[in-house]
Design a protein around this ligand. Structure first.
Ligand SMILES: [Ca+2]
Length: 188
């Protein structure tokens, strides 16, 4: 879709009446009439618009849809693959998807885990795609020596800011006596 336009797009509904589609890894809603799903206000650019059969599709399907929209013409495996980093900002495509990055423009600074001020807990803020809500797609890991890492569950993981397609979340962990390191791992 060219320029500064928004468009109305019709997809064959194939008998589904839920009025849902996938676009850039997000679930979007439209209206179904005469077995056609109508989506309005579709913005400019390249899109992958797929019919969605459920409001909570599995992360792997959301990622495939995101890949097709952002990286469609790129080879998979190759620059469009989940562990590739086509613009070289150090954030692989799977992470760009999970955290709402732009895989074609270096934006790594936006995507780092940030330490937030907190008194009785270790508090990390991170971005997470809303459509992954509760999908168990990301796993926090903790280490005291940067060599062995063990899964760890945050005390809380509240969304603190609405960034459109993305939540800014804060994950809190108990303060330990030992020096501790945290990271988050994603697998579709
Ligand atoms: Ca990247």
């Amino acid at each position: 879709m060219p320029g500064n336009v928004t468009a109305r797009v019709l997809l064959p509904a194939k008998g589904y009446t839920n009025g849902l589609a996938l676009m850039e890894g997000n679930v979007v809603s439209g209206t179904v009439s005469n077995n056609w799903l109508t989506l309005t206000n579709v913005g400019s650019g390249l899109h992958a618009l797929w019919l969605a059969t459920t409001s909570s599709p599995p992360p792997a399907l959301l990622f495939s849809n995101w890949q097709s929209g952002w990286l469609g013409p790129m080879q998979q495996p190759g620059p469009g693959g989940e562990t590739a980093d086509p613009e070289g900002d150090g954030i692989v495509n799977l992470l760009e998807f999970a955290m709402g990055g732009d895989p074609l423009s270096a934006d790594a600074a936006n995507l780092k885990l940030q330490i937030a001020p907190a008194r009785r807990t270790v508090c990390l803020s991170l971005r997470e795609r809303k459509s992954l809500d509760g999908a168990g797609f990301g796993q926090f890991l903790k280490s005291t020596n940067l060599m062995s890492w063990l899964p760890v569950t945050p005390l809380s993981g509240a969304a603190i800011q609405d960034l459109g397609e993305i939540w800014l979340r804060e994950a809190t962990f108990p303060i330990e006596d030992n020096q501790s390191f945290y990271r988050i791992e994603y697998s579709p």
